[in-house]
Design a protein around this ligand. Structure first.
Ligand code: PGA
Length: 868
């Protein structure tokens, strides 16, 4: 272990030195010396616990205008290089244990399940029916440009070579120099199609390799522990995507974009399969074959190659056909492969023939990998979800009821809306008027539904309705889909994302399930999406977390009573304020019974890269998902005690009151937020295709959850993740509930993970840095609020320490603590520069300074390892 740490330090050192040489070659030794001087000052200020950091500030103040940008870049790039070294370190550990950790994790779980009295058949049945759907989204939280990510990946690959003793210095120098001379800030926002291509690239570059490795491992462990393997047609994990399908508040995602992305997914799948089949053709040169294969190939001397050659031609015909279609060339879509069996069957024929001809060892190689890929990726790699805001559907019905002079739909009571929608759902007459010319917004919603109608069911996932609250929100989408002729019963999924809506979710779903028409439509399966970040923004993290828990528990109970299978779809982000945290812990912290073998969860922005960007790490995360879902399904934890629930109710109420009284009612709050944080400036950072606000002219209420959290993170106040929690915990302690809190922490996975996540955020907060921003940027009259917020932050820290019975935060988690401490000397100069640049930019905007400001934002994000 200590050797491994030594190796990590060594990597960081050689990367840092190479960066130093690059900077020296470009800007000269005095510049490098200044950067080094600044780093040392930051480090000694930390060591001396010098909150004023005066010498550091002075040194940064003394920088020449021309040096500000390169200095910001130096620290930013160093943090990026440190991240690469850390990631590589994890890969190295994985390689050194030859993936044993993953195997051990599975073995341990199977042993636990057996010990709990479950038969191997019961476990096997559960594995075969698992449905874990990881939904890749284009949430704008990835700061790094794709071109830089590719260079970072290349550095990681070079570090791997270095571990094998190969000479790599000059390659590393080249890569680091390429990075230094490349602009780290995108010049333009990516388009939604570019975002979707990025998602496909993650599949191509990492998951394509990782998936068969993961399934192979699962198969082997099942064979050894349960005596039965995993069928080649079974994959517990699938992927879906919001890239190019999520149009909620993003006018750039149009019907045409979704249509293109749906085709690109099929194109990409055909291309990847064609490449695999081609390679397999090279390998399967054998002549011995069974009767079936001989018959199919007219006794060809190389029967495998012959059959695979035909398959390859069909795949290429499909790929080229889609490509031509996308370019506008007339082509016949009927000729494209649209039945998975067309790919699967010939490969299964080869597989059977190899086994029957005594070549099992060949059958179990690349051919089985390909069969396993097909089981997971199907004809489209991902199924694309569509997401739209409930208001946009209501607008369509407003236009329709106006047109028919029935009144204004939005003004109707819920009952009337439902009656109208149900009547239309059961009517034989079309509702959409012939030759109707609605306004552009309405037309866009309808055109999107038409795209759904025009595409095969296997291309599509769910239709998610954001800000859903009432049964009519769901029925409205059912009706729109029916009107445009969607033939399959697409899953229409309400996303409950305010505290009130979470509280009403069981009532809403209960009312829907009481409708005969709806019951027939859903056919025994209901999907519900839980919104983590917006509910936190609405009610504070504590009340939201408890609201999410209660809603899930009540929905589970309702669906059980109704005999309906429930899939919960978790809209989690990367950071704690957005429901982030280790997935394994999060799944096990869900209410007992709520997992039930199926789970959908969003994987967003930079988290996609962290969790799935490197095959070794991806295998690990796929295994973690599998074990957590299996465990939560087969051995759900105990129901929480009534006393725990009661205490949570009162703490959540207290937390919400405090949070809302400040965020919504305190007149100085918004001005303070705007002055202290780079919220306004952030909107200029071209992170993703969607705007930072739902409404262009809206205030903080229309600001999306991601920039809201991103802004607080940049100043290290981290307010959304803790505001209200400290006061609520304090109230409980003053009420003599500390013993009960200790018991909850020890025995209740939900509470334990909530406290642990809170602790992690608090450990990343920093009152000194925050007060520096305040002194530089906030007017005197707003500072009283700032100091009260900081004392609330301290209060939260004290309460968490009391519950965890530790004298300092993260006392039991040295790895995270160390990782934060090592980064601080590199992040601190970026904070000081950012505050200064914000000050100057607000007084006298200057493009050059703006560029440096954006670099500080990117650097702080890299240092904090999460963005929004
Ligand atoms: P949303 O997601 O704004 O797209 O609903 C928020 C988040 O992921 O934090």
């Amino acid at each position: 272990m200590s050797d491994l740490h030594e190796a990590l330090r060594d990597d960081v050192r050689i990367l840092g030195e190479s960066l130093g040489r690059t900077m020296e070659a470009h800007l000269g030794s005095p510049f490098l010396a200044r950067v080094e001087h600044i780093r040392k000052l930051a480090k000694s200020a930390r060591l001396a616990e010098d909150a004023s950091q005066e010498p550091l500030r002075q040194a940064l103040d003394d920088l020449d205008e021309n040096e500000v940008l390169p200095t910001a870049r130096a620290f930013t790039q160093f943090l990026n290089l440190a991240n690469i070294a850390e990631e590589h370190h994890r890969v190295r550990r994985h390689l050194q244990t030859a993936g044993d950790e993953d195997a051990e994790q599975l073995d341990q779980l199977f042993a636990e399940l057996k010990a709990s009295g479950l038969s191997p058949e019961a476990v096997l049945e559960c594995v075969q029916n698992l449905s874990i759907d990881l939904v890749l989204t284009a949430h704008p939280t990835e700061v790094n440009r794709r071109t830089l990510i590719q260079k970072y990946d290349a550095i990681a690959a070079t570090l791997k070579q270095r571990d094998r003793g190969e000479p790599v210095q000059s390659r590393l120098d080249q890569l680091i120099s390429q990075i230094w001379h490349t602009n780290e800030i995108r010049q333009h926002r990516p388009t939604p199609v570019e975002e979707a291509k990025w998602g496909f690239a993650v599949i191509e570059n990492s998951l394509w390799t990782a998936l068969p490795q993961y399934l192979r491992l699962l198969d082997k462990r099942m064979q050894s522990e349960l005596g039965v393997g995993l069928p080649l047609t079974c994959s517990p994990i699938h992927f879906s995507s919001w890239m190019g399908g999520d149009r909620d508040g993003n006018p750039n995602v149009t019907a045409a974009v979704t249509s293109e992305v749906l085709l690109l997914a099929r194109w990409m799948a055909a291309d990847l399969y064609a490449r695999d089949v081609d390679q397999l053709r090279g390998e399967l040169s054998m002549y011995a074959a069974n009767a079936e294969l001989r018959h199919l190939t007219d006794s060809h001397p190389e029967p495998y190659r012959e059959l695979l050659g035909r398959l390859r031609s069909r795949l290429l015909e499909t790929r080229n056909g889609i490509e031509a279609y996308l370019k506008g060339t007339p082509t016949d879509p009927e000729r494209w492969i649209s039945d998975l069996d067309e790919i699967l069957v010939p490969l299964q024929v080869c597989h059977r023939s190899l086994i029957e001809s005594g070549m099992s060892c060949i059958a179990s190689g690349a051919l089985e990998d390909l069969l396993r890929r097909i089981a997971c990726f199907g004809l489209t790699l991902v199924r694309v979800d569509v997401r739209q805001n409930a208001d946009r559907h209501a607008e369509v019905f407003d236009a329709l009821t106006d047109f028919y002079q029935l009144g204004h739909y939005s003004d109707w009571e819920e009952e009337r809306k439902q009656a109208f929608l149900l009547q239309e759902l059961q009517s034989r007459r079309p509702l959409l008027p012939h030759n109707w010319q609605p306004d552009a917004n309405v037309a866009e919603v309808i055109n999107t539904c038409r795209v759904i109608a025009a595409n095969p069911e296997y291309s599509l996932g769910s239709y998610v309705i954001s800000m859903a609250s009432q049964p009519s929100d769901v029925l409205a989408v059912n009706l729109l889909l029916q009107e445009v002729g969607v033939e399959h019963n697409m899953r229409v999924v309400p996303l409950f994302e305010t505290l009130d809506d979470l509280d009403n979710a069981p009532g809403c779903i209960g009312a829907l399930l009481a409708i005969d028409w709806y019951r027939t439509y859903v056919d025994g399966h209901q999907e519900v999406m839980i919104g983590y970040s917006d509910s936190s923004k609405d009610a504070g993290q504590l009340a939201a977390a408890w609201g999410q828990y209660r809603a899930q528990a009540a929905l589970t109970e309702l669906c059980e009573r109704e005999g309906v299978r429930l899939t919960l779809f978790h809209g989690r982000g990367g950071t704690v304020g957005r429901g982030g945290g280790p997935s394994h812990t999060a799944i096990l912290a869900q209410p007992p019974g709520s997992v039930g073998g199926s789970l959908r969860v969003t994987e967003q922005g930079e988290m996609i890269r962290f969790k799935f960007g490197i095959p070794e790490i991806a295998v690990r995360n796929l295994t973690l998902y599998t074990t957590a879902v299996l465990k939560a399904t087969l051995t759900p934890g105990p129901e929480p005690d009534a006393a725990w629930r009661e205490l949570m109710d009162s703490m959540a109420h207290c937390g919400m009151k405090i949070y809302r009284s400040l965020v919504r009612e305190e007149p100085q709050f918004v001005p303070y937020f705007r002055a202290l944080t780079p919220e306004q400036e952030l909107a200029k950072l071209p992170l993703g295709s969607r705007p930072a606000k739902r409404k262009a002219d809206g205030g903080v209420e229309s600001l999306r959850a991601i920039p809201w959290i991103f802004a607080w993170t940049q100043t290290r106040l981290m307010l959304p993740a803790w505001l209200g929690s400290g006061a609520a915990l304090k109230m409980a302690v003053e009420d003599e509930q500390l013993t009960l809190l200790h018991e909850m922490y020890r025995d209740w996975p939900f509470f334990q993970s909530w406290i642990d996540m809170l602790e992690m955020v608090l450990a990343k907060s920093d009152v000194n840095i925050c007060s520096y921003y305040e002194r530089r940027l906030v007017s005197a009259e707003l500072r009283v609020l700032g100091s009260s917020l900081r004392s609330r932050l301290q209060q939260a820290v004290e309460q968490v320490k009391a519950i965890k019975q530790e004298s300092r935060l993260l006392a039991g988690n040295g790895v995270i603590r160390q990782s934060i401490e090592v980064r601080n000397p590199y992040i601190d100069p970026l904070h000081v520069l950012q505050a200064e640049l914000l000050f100057r930019d607000r007084n006298q905007p200057d493009q050059r300074l703006e560029q440096a400001l954006m670099v500080t934002m990117a650097g702080i994000s890299a240092g904090m390892r999460n963005t929004g």
